[in-house]
Design a protein around this ligand. Structure first.
Ligand SMILES: [Zn+2]
Length: 545
């Protein structure tokens, strides 16, 4: 099956120019995550679905509608990622991917090849000297040969070291007399001169010389991220970055200029100097851009032992993680946000952070008269079983990242012990306890491809199929529930259940068109599904022209 994409784009352009209706015909329509795919057509006008049903009836209603032949493809409600980071994704797309390269010279060449796209400083990511012969740190001279003047820096695969050229060291004012900072190391040549590799706390010495991104840099990063998201079938992203006034004004300008091909539901950060003004502005709900949520961090991450736990890390006695924002401060911010009519997203990974978030929501719901605050906990990764029912009781949404399950499975049990691992990544148990779930990827930490999240939620296996049968498969989700994470679940988590998340007359014409049915294909095929078209408000956001 093959959609005649070029023809479809041409007719859509015509339809828009004439302001007329569009008829998506010969599709197999999945109206909601649990519904059987049904042969039908969808009549769209002015960005909304007008009718779903037999093609003859659609033609009778709108004889002049411009047809788009879907050639038997599967049409899903538009996929939304409930938790991603657009600016970060855009920046990472401009960074050269050095993972797996076999020599410093290969890395320099890869960066040269990607040089045209980027800003003042050129970035790379992912080198690993363990793949090289000999297995030693690289030297600035390899980069200098290709980039004598433009500052260049490249992060090691684990992010704990950077490799820079001499231009970057000059910009940072680094010389042989620069001392190693506490907790950091400047790698040096035999003569004592810095070799261009900076480890741990020494990273800051060179990174702080990087220029702040300009507005043009940010706009370009957002545009690249939108295109990437549309290409994997996303029609909307919940941006968990907790932006400041500057990023929000850029997003508002792009929305005003018609430069948002997908919808964005953005959060603002409570530590930005512009926070008070953004809160005073009040919640904004627009067609393409909504700014009506606040992001707060309760703790760190499990991998680096920063997640706040109720008991010690089993592989680090005496350590219970970090309160990134003290619980009383969280409670105060939540009350302010509820009073201002904003939704609140609290990043909480450990069981102590999740309890603090639930406590803060409970206190705020008692103290502030709000009709429908719909608070969210981002990640909800380790939740004490006694806290699970509180999600339903307090109306808290668990915003989960199924791909973390398979990324973290090699080491998560070491952090938590064989007993407490049962409290982690417990998506089915959370749902059974009545929690509403929404699905996201946390891109660019994980891929922004929703098929990967659906696959991980269903199989709990990595892309190679390991471990067979899935890791703690008792916590898997049904296919329909996994698709719901990225459709109806995400829509509810962004106050959009009346507009999006299912396909029905009156709702927005947001569709993700795939070559197969993710609910009935063999599980391994979920990852091989192709996105044929991404439609937002009746417009084709992917493939582009
Ligand atoms: Zn995140």
């Amino acid at each position: 099956m093959k959609i005649r994409a070029a023809a479809a784009l041409a007719v859509l352009a015509l339809a828009r120019a004439g302001g007329g209706a569009t008829l998506f015909e010969n599709g197999r329509i999945v109206t909601d995550p649990a519904a059987t795919a049904t042969e039908a057509s969808i009549l769209v006008d002015a960005g909304r679905v007008v009718f779903v049903g037999p093609v003859a009836e659609a033609r009778r209603r709108a004889p002049a509608a411009v047809p788009v032949d879907l050639a038997g493809a599967f049409v899903y409600p538009g996929f939304a990622d409930a938790h991603g980071h657009l600016a970060e994704l855009g920046k990472s797309l401009e960074s050269a991917d050095l993972r797996g390269l076999r020599s410093p010279a290969d890395c320099a060449e890869k960066m040269r090849a990607s040089a045209a796209a980027a800003g003042a400083w050129l970035e790379g990511d992912g080198w690993d000297q363990n793949l090289w012969t000999p297995k030693v740190f690289p030297d600035a001279k390899t980069l200098d040969a290709v980039f004598p003047d433009r500052p260049v820096f490249a992060r090691r695969v684990d992010g704990h070291a950077v490799w820079v050229n001499s231009a970057a060291m000059r910009a940072a004012g680094i010389s042989a007399s620069t001392p190693d900072p506490p907790g950091g190391r400047i790698v040096r040549r035999a003569d004592g001169s810095p070799s261009g590799v900076f480890v741990d706390n020494a990273l800051d010495i060179v990174m702080r010389a990087r220029p702040e991104p300009t507005d043009a840099d940010l706009r370009r990063a957002f545009a690249a991220a939108f295109a990437s998201c549309a290409s994997v079938g996303l029609t909307e992203v919940g941006d968990a970055s907790g932006y400041g006034a500057r990023e929000i004004s850029i997003l508002r300008a792009m929305a005003g200029d018609g430069e948002l091909p997908i919808r964005v539901y953005a959060t603002i950060g409570s530590f930005d100097p512009g926070f008070d003004a953004l809160l005073a502005h009040g919640p904004q709900t627009g067609e393409m851009l909504s700014v009506r949520a606040v992001k707060i961090y309760a703790d760190g991450a499990l991998g680096s032992r920063g997640a706040a736990l109720l008991a010690d890390y089993s592989d680090d006695p005496g350590n219970r993680g970090l309160d990134v924002t003290p619980p009383d401060r969280i409670a105060a911010i939540v009350k302010r946000c509820f009073a201002a009519g904003f939704q609140v997203w609290i990043h909480a990974i450990g069981d102590r952070a999740n309890r603090a978030a639930l406590d803060a929501f409970e206190a705020a719901e008692k103290a502030v008269a709000t009709r429908d605050p719909r608070p969210r906990i981002e990640h909800a990764q380790v939740v004490s079983p006694e806290d699970r029912p509180r999600f339903a009781r307090l109306g808290v949404i668990a915003s989960i990242q199924p791909s973390f399950t398979t990324s973290d499975m090699p080491w998560a049990e070491a952090r938590l012990s064989p007993r407490r691992i049962g409290e982690a990544y417990a998506w089915r148990s959370l749902a059974k306890a009545g929690a509403r779930l929404a699905g996201g990827s946390d891109f660019p930490i994980e891929s922004n491809d929703p098929r990967k999240g659906i696959y991980a939620a269903v199989t709990r296996e990595d892309a190679s199929g390991a471990p067979p049968g899935g890791w703690r498969s008792e916590e898997d989700l049904s296919r329909a529930d996994a698709v719901a994470l990225y459709t109806s679940g995400a829509a509810f988590a962004m106050f959009q259940e009346n507009r999006r998340g299912t396909i029905a007359a009156g709702k927005d014409a947001d569709f993700t068109v795939l070559d197969r049915d993710l609910r009935t294909c063999p599980p391994g095929e979920i990852l091989r599904a192709r996105v044929l078209m991404t439609v937002v408000a009746g417009n084709v956001a992917f493939p582009g022209r």
